[in-house]
Design a protein around this ligand. Structure first.
Ligand code: NAD
Ligand code: DAU
Length: 360
């Protein structure tokens, strides 16, 4: 076990860097460490958006490559030509409802894609003589731990895996591969399992942007089941700072849970959002927004409660979240209100078809 030996300039591949969290991470990293070289590798699926990075277009140390993490030849070439010493792996199919409609893409990207990256990085690390400062950081989710009852203790790093959706099962598969590459080959891996993120660049299919955008359009707010499911919400900037802490100070081979200490029932979160929109949006088709709330058929296999015990990252690395849910939601609502040009084009025909399939 070695502690990170950073801070010489790094040469990093960020997979999925045009998605929600990945793009926030790229902004964070370019801002904090402008001397590092960043290669964003992203397939630009429906969830990937080149515009998420457009404000960084003049950044000379940033290169965007459109490509698939399952493409071994491409990854080998990038690792070699860019002399990469770290991979930060966000790329995934990430939406539970889509995994229920079509699990195949989830197994392909989340399992086969992660395996392809691990194999390529292992070969690259071996060819370089197994340097101790190389890192493979795998970004994962609290959903791998399954569902909690109301009084169960929060998920810790030793909670047994019990994934319930094709999405979480595919993420669990990728986590197990990362773990195995550390134990079997000594590959210098790091892993983080985080709770629900929200903030800028969040694709409209997820709860918070979906509700916010529907409020602006005067459309029903579809709350699944009885609305009593609980999620732990973390502002995306806090997730980025946590990954930064783990990369710089985390112990190789270890896993760190990341959470916001913000357990909220879905219906309470939707109420909060409605009230904020009523306060901040200049014009709304329906006011109060709470009148739009509609209870709809539940998500199949819907996990009841997630909660994160983030003691390890707090005590070992000194990381805690900086943004409260009230402040984070306010910032997020303001961002969506001032970035209609970002989200309007995402409500495409593909999105409308997806919406009909889930909410019909
Ligand atoms: P996202 O769906 O917004 O973005 C995923 C990105 O990966 C997109 O840019 C997409 O184009 C890209 N991608 C998909 N398949 C690819 C492939 N085969 N090759 C290359 N790129 C591909 O996802 P997100 O919400 O930003 O999540 C990022 C990571 O964080 C995921 O691994 C997810 O499991 C994990 N995570 C997400 C949350 C959350 O609340 N959103 C919480 C914890 C962990
Ligand atoms: O916990 C981390 C996970 O959080 C990540 O791994 C996933 O990538 C991310 O998508 C998120 O998963 P969830 O399924 O929890 O997020 P989602 O925004 O889809 O849903 C949040 C809650 O809101 C969940 O209980 C389902 C509910 N919901 C969601 C939608 C889209 C509704 O009630 N109505 C909706 O229309």
């Amino acid at each position: 076990m070695q502690q990170s030996e950073l801070r010489e300039p790094r040469r990093i591949i960020v997979t999925g860097g045009a998605g929600f969290i990945g793009s926030n991470f790229v902004h964070h990293w370019c801002n904090q460490y402008p001397g590092d070289r960043l290669i964003v590798l992203d397939a630009l699926t429906y969830a990937g958006n080149r515009h998420n990075l457009s404000s960084l277009d003049g950044h000379t140390n940033l290169r965007f490559v459109q490509g698939d993490i399952c493409d071994r030849l491409l990854i080998d070439a990038l690792l070699q030509e860019e002399a990469i010493d770290m991979v930060v792996h966000f790329a995934a199919e990430s939406h539970v409802d889509r995994s229920i409609l079509g699990p195949g893409a989830f197994v392909q990207t989340n399992v086969v894609g992660t395996f392809t990256l691990l194999e390529a990085f292992r070969q690259h690390w071996n060819q370089a003589g197994q340097p101790t400062n190389y890192r493979f950081h795998h970004v994962s989710t609290d959903e791998v731990y399954g569902s909690l009852g109301p009084d169960d203790p929060a998920f810790s790093e030793t909670t047994p895996y019990a994934p319930n959706s094709p999405y979480s099962a595919s993420k669990a598969g990728s986590d197990h591969l990362v773990r195995a590459y550390y134990h079997t080959y000594g590959l210098p891996t790091l892993m983080t399992n985080c709770s629900n993120n929200y903030g800028p660049y969040h694709f409209p299919e997820k709860l918070i942007p979906l509700m916010g955008i529907n409020i602006l359009m005067g459309k029903p707010l579809p709350v699944y089941g009885d609305g009593q499911n609980v999620r732990d919400w973390l502002y995306v900037g806090d997730h980025c700072s946590a990954i930064d802490a783990v990369i710089h100070r985390g112990t190789v081979g270890e896993t760190y849970n990341i959470g916001g200490n913000n357990e909220v029932k879905n219906i309470d979160l939707v109420h909060l959002l409605c009230d904020l929109m009523d306060e901040l949006a200049p014009a709304l088709p329906v006011r109060p927004s709470r009148d739009l709330i509609t209870f709809v058929k539940d998500r199949p296999g819907h996990d009841r409660r997630y909660a994160i015990d983030a003691t390890k990252i707090k005590t070992e690395l000194g990381w805690t979240p900086a943004v409260t849910v009230e402040e984070g939601l306010r910032r997020t609502v303001q961002w969506y209100l001032t970035h209609q040009d970002w989200w309007q084009p995402l409500l495409s025909q593909e999105y409308q078809e997806y919406y009909r399939k889930v909410y019909a």
